[in-house]
Design a protein around this ligand. Structure first.
Ligand code: PRX
Length: 633
C-alpha cells in the first residue's frame, strides 16, 4: 500500500453542526445496532415505511436454497406504482421529476404527471409490439428523458429491460442482444457528445445485422441527422406515441419477479447479465438514497452518471422517483463547451446534492480553481463519489473548492451486483478522506484473508459481504453455475459474497477499498474485463494473441496497455497499432481503446498456459516481478 494511504488514515473530517442539525438520520450507531439485533425485522420495518405493497409478504428472507436467496416472499409490488402512480394519486403530478439539460443548451422540465403519461403510452406501444411479462427489451440510447420512459414502461407491464450503455459499439451491443434474446430495441438517432453526434442508430442497425432476434426498433429523434429506417422493422418514437393511449394498467408483480438485467464485465470475455428483481431492489436503493444523501422535499439531486450503468439505474431512475425527488440530468460531457459546464449546471438549477465519479473530479480539477469559483455553488450541501477509490488530493479539492468546506463527501462503495450502496458514510458520520467509512446499517461487511479470517488493521484482505441483502443480484442471466462459482464459492462459509475487491479496515473500523483483485480494469470509472479487450484484439486478422493490463493514471484511474503477438508474416508498425485501436473502438467501444499497444514476440505464461498479467504489469511499471516460479518461460 502507498505511503499516501498510511498518511491519511488518521485524518478526520467532522460534520458541522449545521450538517448534523439538517440530517434526517442522526444516529448511525443506533440503526446499525438495530439491524444487528434482527436483520430481517430491520429490513421489514423499512419495507413498510418506504414502499407501497399490493399484498404483504409471508417471509422476509428465504435462505432455503442458498445462494439463491429470496426476499419478501409472497409480497406483491410494482416499482412503477411506487415511482409514479402513488405520487400522481397524491396530487403531485405537477412536481418536477427532472430538470433536463441538453448538451447544446436546450432544456426540458419533466413533471411526474408528464412522465406518467409517457410511460403509460409507451407501455401500450410495447404491448402492441408483442412485448409480454418476462420479455427483455434492449435499450440503447443517449441521456434523454425518453430512456427513463422506456425503462419504466417495461417495468409497468412486467417486462425486463437490458440497457446497454451508448458508449458500447455494435459487436458488444449484438452480443448483449443475443444473450437476452431481445425482440424489441429502443434507440435514438444519435447522442450529443462534445458537440459531435454519436450515431447510435447506425451502430444499432449494425448490431441488429450481427444479432439474430430483433424484430422491432423504436427510434427517438434527438440529433436530427438522416438515419436509415428499415421498413417493417423500424418506427419513430414520435409516430408510435402519437396514437398510443395514455391509459395503462400497472402490472402487479411478485416480490422476486425480475426487474432488469444489466451487463457488466468479469473475468471472461462474455459479459455477465446481472439480474435484479422487484422488491428488495426498490427497498435498498430508496432507503440508501434517503439516508445517505438525505433527500428532502426541496433538494435538487444530481447524480451525474449515465442511466446505462447501475449508478444511473438505481440513483437517476428508480430511487429518486420512488422518493418523489427532483433531479437534474445533464446530457453531455463535463467539459463542453468549457471545463465549467458542470459548475454552470449546478448554478443554473441550484443543485443541492452532487454525486459523481472521482475520474470526473480529477479531470475538472486539472483546470484549476478559477472556473468553479466563477460560479455560485452555494446551493450545494452534500457531495458524493462512486466508482473507484477517491484519492485524498481529489477529495480535498472536491471538498474545499466545490463544496466550500461545508459539504461532507459521501464516498459510496458498491457494485452492479449489489444494486445499491454497501459501504458508505451518512452525513453525520465523521469522514476520513479516501475511505468509504463503514457499512450501511443492515449490511454485514468484513475484510478477511484467503481462509476467511478477519484481517488486522494493517493487513490488506478480501472484501466480503457476510449476509444476504435485499438488493443483491439474484443470478447471472442464463448462467446460474457462474453465479455460484463467481460470487459465493470463494470461501467455505455458506452465504459469503466475495466482491472481487481488496480492502483494508483500519483501527477505527473504517474501510479503505484498494481495488479489483481479478481481471477487471476500471477506466474512467467504467468497468472493463481484460478478456473483453483481448478478444477484441484477437478478432483482428493480424493478431495471434493479446494480453491487456490496467496502468494507474492520474485522471482516469487506470488506462489500458495491450501486448500483442502478431500472426506470422505481419510486421509491427505504428500504423498497425493505430489500426488495432480503431478496431477496438469499433468492436468494443471507445471506452476500451488501449492507450498503448506494444508488439511482443511472447507473453509471460504459467505452465498451464494462463497469461501472467501481474508480471506484465510489474514490468510496465518497473516494479519487482514477485514470485515467478510458475512462469513457463
Ligand atoms: O472496485 C470497486 C469499484 O467499482 C467496482 C464496481 O464497479 P461497477 O459494477 O461498475 O459499479 C460501479 C458503480 C457502483 C467495485 O468492485 N468501486 C465502486 N465504488 C467505489 C469503488 N472503489 C472504491 N471506492 C468506491 N466508492
Amino acid at each position: 500500500m502507498s505511503d499516501e494511504f498510511t498518511l491519511h488514515t488518521s485524518e478526520w473530517v467532522y460534520p458541522s453542526e449545521a450538517v448534523k442539525a439538517a440530517a434526517k438520520i442522526k444516529d448511525y450507531e443506533a440503526l446499525s445496532a438495530e439491524a444487528a439485533r434482527d436483520i430481517e425485522a430491520f429490513w421489514a420495518k423499512r419495507a413498510t415505511e418506504t414502499l407501497d405493497w399490493f399484498a404483504p409478504w409471508e417471509k422476509v428472507l428465504d435462505r432455503s436454497n442458498a445462494p439463491f436467496f429470496k426476499w419478501f416472499v409472497g409480497g406483491k409490488i410494482s416499482v412503477v406504482h411506487n415511482a409514479l402512480d402513488r405520487h400522481i394519486a397524491a396530487g403531485k403530478g405537477d412536481r418536477i421529476a427532472y430538470y433536463w439539460e441538453g448538451e447544446p443548451g436546450d432544456s426540458r422540465e419533466i413533471t411526474y404527471g408528464w412522465l406518467n403519461e409517457q410511460v403509460c403510452k409507451f407501455a401500450n406501444v410495447l404491448k402492441s409490439l408483442g412485448v409480454k411479462k418476462g420479455d427483455i427489451v434492449t435499450i440503447y440510447m443517449g441521456r434523454v428523458p425518453e430512456i427513463i420512459v422506456a425503462m419504466l414502461a417495461c417495468a409497468k407491464i412486467g417486462a425486463m429491460h437490458s440497457v446497454v450503455y451508448g458508449g458500447f459499439s455494435e459487436q458488444s451491443l449484438a452480443d448483449r442482444i443475443d444473450d437476452a434474446k431481445s425482440r424489441v430495441m429502443v434507440t435514438c438517432d444519435g447522442a450529443w457528445l462534445r458537440g459531435k453526434i454519436v450515431a447510435l442508430k447506425d451502430i444499432a442497425d449494425a448490431a441488429v445485422a450481427r444479432s439474430s432476434t430483433i424484430e422491432h426498433v423504436v427510434c427517438v429523434k434527438r440529433t436530427g441527422q438522416a438515419v436509415n429506417m428499415t421498413s417493417g422493422r423500424d418506427q419513430w418514437w414520435h409516430d408510435v406515441m402519437a396514437s398510443a393511449s395514455p391509459e395503462a394498467e400497472t402490472v402487479q408483480m411478485d416480490a422476486e419477479d425480475p426487474l432488469f438485467i444489466l451487463y457488466t464485465s468479469g473475468t471472461t470475455g462474455k459479459p455477465k447479465g446481472i439480474l435484479h428483481t422487484q422488491a428488495g431492489y426498490q427497498l435498498l436503493i430508496s432507503v440508501t438514497l434517503s439516508w445517505v444523501f438525505d433527500i428532502k422535499e426541496d433538494d435538487i439531486w444530481w447524480c451525474a452518471a449515465d442511466p446505462g450503468w447501475i449508478t444511473g439505474h438505481s440513483y437517476i431512475v428508480y430511487a429518486p422517483l420512488i422518493l418523489g425527488a427532483t433531479s437534474v440530468i445533464y446530457e453531455g460531457a463535463p467539459n463542453f463547451p468549457g471545463h465549467d459546464r458542470w459548475w454552470q449546471v449546478v448554478e443554473k438549477y441550484k443543485v443541492s446534492i452532487l454525486y459523481c465519479a472521482p475520474t470526473a473530479i480529477r479531470g475538472l480539477m486539472r483546470h484549476g480553481d478559477e472556473l468553479p469559483r466563477k460560479h455560485d455553488l452555494s446551493s450545494l450541501r452534500l457531495l458524493g463519489s462512486v466508482g473507484e477509490p477517491i484519492n485524498p488530493e481529489a477529495w480535498r479539492w472536491f471538498y474545499s473548492v466545490i463544496g466550500g468546506e461545508r459539504c461532507p463527501i459521501m464516498d459510496t462503495w458498491w457494485q452492479t451486483e449489489t444494486g445499491g450502496f454497501m459501504v458508505t458514510p451518512l452525513p453525520v458520520v465523521p469522514l476520513k478522506p479516501g475511505s468509504a467509512t463503514r457499512p450501511f446499517p443492515g449490511i454485514i461487511v468484513d475484510v478477511v484473508d484467503e481462509e476467511g479470517r478477519p484481517c488486522g488493521p494493517t493487513e490488506d484482505g478480501l472484501l466480503v459481504i457476510k449476509q444476504p441483502w435485499p438488493s443483491m443480484l439474484r443470478t447471472i442471466w442464463g448462467d446460474p453455475d457462474r453465479y455460484v462459482s463467481q460470487y459465493w464459492s470463494h470461501f467455505s462459509h455458506e452465504g459469503w459474497y466475495f466482491s472481487g475487491d481488496s480492502a483494508r479496515r483500519d483501527e477505527d473500523g473504517y474501510i479503505w477499498v484498494i481495488g479489483r483483485m481479478d481481471d477487471v480494469i476500471k477506466v474512467s470509472g467504467y468497468r472493463l474485463g481484460t478478456a473483453e479487450v483481448e478478444s477484441g484484439l484477437v478478432s483482428h486478422a493480424a493478431v495471434a494473441e493479446a494480453a491487456v493490463i490496467g496502468i494507474p493514471d492520474d485522471v482516469r484511474g487506470h488506462i489500458i496497455y495491450a501486448y500483442c503477438i502478431l500472426v506470422a508474416g505481419q510486421q509491427p508498425s505504428d500504423e498497425l497499432a493505430e489500426t488495432l485501436k480503431a478496431h477496438i473502438r469499433h468492436e468494443v467501444g471507445p471506452i476500451a481503446v488501449p492507450s498503448k499497444i506494444e508488439f511482443v514476440p511472447a507473453l509471460p505464461k504459467t505452465r498451464s498456459g494462463k497469461i501472467m498479467r501481474r508480471v506484465l504489469k510489474a514490468r510496465a511499471l518497473g516494479q519487482p516481478e514477485g514470485d515467478t516460479s510458475a512462469l513457463e518461460d
